[in-house]
Design a protein around this ligand. Structure first.
Ligand code: HPA
Length: 293
């Protein structure tokens, strides 16, 4: 059973170093920038990458082994540059499980960010509100997560030199970074909820029964990304922070159907708040106020 190649998932952890070597070289032919922070920009949030100073933008398809982005609302570029003077690497769009990608590809961008030297990664996403108090436009700090995808990027042969076989997930969403995000939000007058993000596979939006199930499970928001990236990031020792932009109440809460274009529009409407928050977070992170290895 164990030696049946069909049972070994594509791109297990032991296969990542070779991939990352090639990706790192491809990026380094274009820029020497040493990022202090990696940022993954979710649906409708990609505009932040356009604010980077002296940007070097690399379309996904120009990076070895990376396919072009297919999800509407996702530009599909890796952009290195400075945000409020702070060197950052941003992913404008991401790979999703629902596109049919192996989970080992979905997590490569965050692992590449680590490889490029970023000690911290900020994952953002558009999400449905499971907490009935959340409105379109609510920003939620991710305090914890539920992996309801049924897949895990760490399955398969491990490389213990890079990350542990059984990584701990207590405080996966770094308490010091959460405090810094709350402080940044206060300073730019943005209100921030805090809750648990659940990732489902998608691509269909949830049924009302599924949203009720998620409420029972303790989720505050639901989406189709982020959690598998978070698992790989913690395995690799990255410090992790996350923000969900609630673009709609979850299915069944208002009785309205969910339409992707409306989800994207809500993302764009809240863009300025989100951008102000992330910019201030980058500045605070760069200051001496928090110790980030
Ligand atoms: N469900 C899942 N993913 C989403 C939603 C939702 O309601 N809104 C934005 N992304």
């Amino acid at each position: 059973m164990g030696d049946d190649p069909d049972r070994i998932p594509l791109l297990p952890p032991a296969a990542w170093p070779a991939r990352l070597d090639v990706l790192e070289s491809a990026v380094r032919t274009r820029t020497t920038l040493a990022p202090r922070l990696g940022i993954v920009l979710g649906s409708g949030l990609g505009g932040l990458a356009d604010e980077l100073e002296s940007p070097v933008a690399i379309p996904f398809a120009e990076l070895p082994g990376w396919p072009a982005a297919t999800a509407p609302g996702h530009a599909g570029r890796l952009v290195l540059g400075r945000l409020a003077g702070v060197p950052v690497v941003a992913l404008q769009g991401r790979f999703h499980l629902y596109e049919g990608h192996p989970v080992g590809l979905v997590v490569q961008p965050v692992l590449l960010m680590a490889r490029l030297g970023a000690p911290v990664v900020l994952l953002t996403n558009a999400a449905g509100g499971v907490d009935p108090a959340y409105r379109a436009g609510t920003l939620m700090l991710i305090a914890d997560h539920l992996n309801l995808t049924g897949v895990n990027p760490l399955i398969g042969p491990n490389d213990d030199a890079l990350g542990p076989r059984f990584p701990d997930m207590v405080d996966a969403w770094d308490p010091a970074l959460r405090a810094l995000l709350r402080r940044a939000a206060g300073e730019v007058s943005v209100s921030l909820e805090e809750g648990v993000y659940a990732q489902l596979l998608g691509p269909n939006y949830e049924t009302p029964a599924e949203v009720r199930m998620l409420q029972v499970l303790g989720a505050s928001a639901v989406g189709m990304s982020t959690v598998v990236e978070a698992v790989a990031a913690r395995w690799a020792g990255l410090r992790l922070a996350g923000i969900s932009l609630i673009t709609n109440p979850g299915a069944g809460i208002t009785g309205e159907p969910l339409v992707h274009e409306e989800v994207l529009a809500a993302g764009e409407a809240a863009g300025p708040q989100m951008r102000a928050l992330v910019r201030r977070f980058a500045e605070l992170l760069d200051g001496a106020s928090v110790s980030v290895p």
